[in-house]
Design a protein around this ligand. Structure first.
Ligand code: HH2
Length: 288
């Protein structure tokens, strides 16, 4: 017996970007000199827009543009520098592909606001609206989608001995609380996406427990996004040291996450993940 299809929602009010039964791929585009796997590759807006176009051609439905690395130990950039990095790239992407759905990976309301003016549709906030007191109001007013991610501590120090009694329960309770706060601030529930924050203040064992118990997060009723792509726990399990070579491990994590009910996947390697998730989806529904 195969599962029936659930109703579809849209990302950022863009009808073409639906999520429901089908996996949605968010292609990662880091406009930074220091991101852990693609730092320095896409600082030039032309190059960045070409990379975005290639990811869209490979099957990404959203392009996630970030101007500040959040890798463990990273330092924050200035707000002006972050805007200077992401806005021209968002403009270039949308000039080339006006129908593209763009998300901005930031915890600052000024950057998110500038990105929305430039045409972005989604705010991806790794602080789940805790990083800037103006972010919730901005998202509520813009009526855009928002990703609320769990992080223990902050990037500079988050990997120093993170501890939980029950990581899956604590992350779920935290995100349930953040979603409640978001809705109380005027954000429509259908615009809320939850993310367990793989690698953000978590040991490899914490990441594995979160993926294993992802259905508990899915049960909250919001779409769930997973960002496992190329992360160090995959390197630790597989022995693959070079982050760019962690594609197979990433695919395995995403297929499991899909089976547990996640619908959005933040990935660097769009094609491999799209093909694997298309097969996983076909198995689930018994058809292509
Ligand atoms: N992971 C990273 C950055 N942003 N956003 C969400 N919602 N979920 C994630 O898991 C997530 C995220 C870190 O990965 P990356 O962007 O590749 O690296 P860096 O932070 O070094 O730029």
């Amino acid at each position: 017996m195969h599962r029936t299809k659930e109703p579809r929602n849209t990302v950022g009010g863009v009808e073409d970007c639906t999520f429901g039964p089908d996996p949605v791929l968010m292609g990662v585009l880091n406009v930074t000199p220091d991101s852990f796997s693609d730092g320095g590759d896409f600082l030039d807006p032309e190059k960045a827009a070409s990379r975005a176009a290639a990811m869209l051609d490979e099957g990404a439905q959203i392009i996630d543009v970030g101007g500040e690395s959040t890798r463990p130990g990273s330092d924050p950039v200035s707000p002006d520098e972050e805007i200077y990095r992401v806005v021209p790239v968002i403009e270039q992407i949308l000039a080339r592909r006006p129908d593209a759905v763009v998300s901005v990976d930031t915890h600052r309301a000024t950057t998110a606001g500038a990105a929305l003016v430039a045409g972005a549709h989604v705010v991806n906030d790794v602080t789940a609206l805790r990083g800037d007191p103006h972010m919730a109001e901005l998202v509520a007013d813009a009526r855009c989608s928002v990703v609320l991610m769990h992080m223990l501590g902050e990037p500079k120090t988050m990997q120093r001995d993170p501890r939980y009694d029950d990581v899956a329960r604590e992350v779920r309770d935290f995100l349930a609380g953040r979603a409640e706060q978001a809705v109380a601030a005027g954000i429509e529930p259908e615009n809320v996406i939850l993310d367990p924050g793989v690698g953000f203040g978590k040991t490899p064992e914490h990441n594995l427990a979160l993926l294993y118990h992802l259905d508990a997060l899915v049960d909250l009723g919001f779409p769930v996004l997973v960002g496992a792509s190329r992360k160090s726990f995959i390197g630790k399990i597989t022995g693959v040291e070079e982050a760019k070579d962690r594609v197979s491990g990433t695919v395995a994590a995403n297929v499991i996450a899909y089976e547990r009910g996640a619908t959005l996947f933040r990935v660097h390697d769009v094609r491999a993940n799209r093909e694997a998730l298309a097969v996983a989806r076909a198995v689930r529904y018994g058809s292509r």
